[in-house]
Design a protein around this ligand. Structure first.
Ligand SMILES: Nc1ncnc2c1ncn2[C@@H]1O[C@H](COP(=O)(O)OP(=O)(O)O)[C@@H](O)[C@H]1O
Ligand SMILES: [Mg+2]
Length: 271
């Protein structure tokens, strides 16, 4: 008989897709929630490929099942997330935001053939985007068709809570959505994730203001540094962002959904 979830003890981390438990010999088990179980192979393969190509990803050791739920066994990464450090040591926000851009730029130098194809994923999501008119959907799909494909490593959930600062340097976790694609799209995706950040209700008003300012500052520093490194064409940057917003419509509820929809309509000139 295999072990039960109770045998694993309290989770050492938890997110939207999974809970993370300590595993033997310095490893961790990312145990997927039932509605994300189908992504386990994808995350295992992407994390492995990222590491093999030279990205700072946790080492992976295979797939295990606990109480019928699949999980990825990986190196246990010890440290605090970049986001936690920005909140605890706000004076370091500028340095971390620059580092975030530099790390993403480094990923974008690596080829990722073998991972999911970005344009195919985007098309799939836009076709299912909630709230888009037929005309807008067709226009966005047309825009996507005209944008240049790429074969670079795009993490696609690249934000400061998926970076753990360890004694040996920063490590990128959570490769579940990684793709082979155009870096400018991945950059746009990060700016869209930054813009979303809705805060839980219990956060006090004064703290909200501080966090909100911190987020805006981090976004600006990050985006300026990335643009300085990659020099993306402004038009292409805007078009990818429109496509990324439209694709995210099926991922989120209001109020973010309404903001994204307004943004897409404005960009398509139908707002
Ligand atoms: N390899 C790991 N070692 C240690 N902690 C981890 C590891 N992977 C994830 N965690 C912890 O679990 C949390 C959720 O994991 P993550 O991979 O980001 O899942 P989700 O897809 O649900 O966001 C992380 O924020 C981190 O605190
Ligand atoms: Mg995560």
């Amino acid at each position: 008989m295999g072990r039960s979830i109770a045998d694993l003890g309290a989770p050492i981390g938890s997110g939207r897709t999974a809970e993370i438990y300590a595993w033997e010999s310095g490893r961790a088990l990312k145990l997927f929630r039932p509605d994300h179980a189908h992504d386990v192979e994808e995350e295992h393969a992407a994390t492995r490929l990222a590491g093999e190509r030279g990205a700072p990803a946790p080492e992976v050791f295979g797939i295990e099942e606990v109480e019928g739920r699949p999980g990825v066994v990986m190196e246990r990464v010890e440290g605090e997330s970049m986001l936690a450090l920005m909140v605890r040591k706000p004076w370091r926000t500028r340095g971390y935001s620059r580092l975030l851009a530099e790390m993403q730029w480094d990923l974008h130098q690596l080829r990722a053939t073998g991972l999911r194809d970005q344009k195919r994923e985007l098309r799939h999501d836009i076709e299912r985007g909630v709230g888009l008119s037929d005309a807008d959907r067709a226009a966005v799909l047309d825009l996507l068709d005209r944008l240049p494909a790429g074969d670079r490593l795009c993490h696609w959930d690249f934000h400061p809570d998926n970076i753990i600062i360890t004694k040996r340097g920063p490590v990128i976790i959570d490769w579940i959505q990684a793709q082979a694609g155009n870096p400018v799209a991945d950059f746009g995706r990060t700016t869209v994730l930054f813009a979303a950040g809705t805060m839980p209700d219990h956060v006090r008003a004064w703290k909200r203001v501080l966090l909100e300012r911190g987020r805006r500052y981090c976004t600006e520093v990050y985006a300026a540094r990335y643009r300085q490194l990659a020099r993306p064409d402004p038009r292409e940057r805007r078009d990818w962002r429109t496509v990324v917003c439209a694709a995210r419509l099926r991922e989120v509820g209001s109020p973010e959904h309404d903001r994204l929809l307004a943004l897409v309509r404005e960009q398509m000139g139908t707002g």
